[in-house]
Design a protein around this ligand. Structure first.
Ligand SMILES: [Zn+2]
Length: 184
């Protein structure tokens, strides 16, 4: 995972992205109710800071036995726990390209995407997670800079995962595309 944007896998970004100072005039911002929510606003120039959602991507890659490719995190937070390739989409970057880029960076393989698996969001979390299915077209999985290990796991025998909702996402993938493959 590219750790360049606030340091970690998307789902733990609750509450970040707040501005303290006016981007327009530099004055300290004060919380005010605007459009039905408390938002940092400038009393001098009227600037209001709206926190935008962030888009993250993840890719589920299966092997011939229907196991899923996971990586063990090398850094805190959630060091030693496992997750699939994922990271943030850069502004202006095509979402599919971000999925391919993150998989290359984190697992050392080039993938082709096989379709959208799901889109996940939750109240109070500014991150929207887009998950694709993919298959490897080049390379052998190997740990990138941010992984200790990469390995394939059975969906019903997963290691300790970094993020709770990943278990549901992986089991959903397994049920729909491995246990009883959808007709294409
Ligand atoms: Zn201002």
């Amino acid at each position: 995972m590219a750790d360049n944007q606030q340091g970690s896998h998307p789902p733990i970004m609750h509450g970040h992205g707040q501005a303290k100072f006016c981007l327009n005039c530099g004055q300290e911002l004060a919380e005010r109710e605007i459009d039905g929510a408390m938002r940092p606003a400038c009393e001098d120039c009227g600037y209001v800071h709206y926190t935008d959602p962030k888009v993250a991507v993840g890719v589920l890659i299966g092997d011939e036995q229907g196991r899923v490719l996971l990586m063990q995190r090398a850094h805190h937070p959630r060091k030693d726990l496992w997750s699939y390739p994922s990271g943030f989409v850069d502004a202006g970057e095509k979402v599919e390209d971000a999925a391919i880029r993150e998989t290359q960076e984190e697992a050392g393989v080039t993938v082709e995407l096989d379709g959208l698996l799901g889109l996940h969001s939750e109240t109070g979390n500014r991150v929207i997670l887009v998950v694709y299915r993919g298959h490897i077209v080049e390379g052998e999985p190997r740990p990138g800079e941010e992984s200790l290990a990469v390995d394939y796991f059975d969906a019903d025998n997963l290691p300790d995962l970094a993020f709770d909702r990943d278990r549901r996402i992986i089991q959903d993938w397994h049920k729909r595309f491995v246990a009883s493959p959808a007709p294409n």
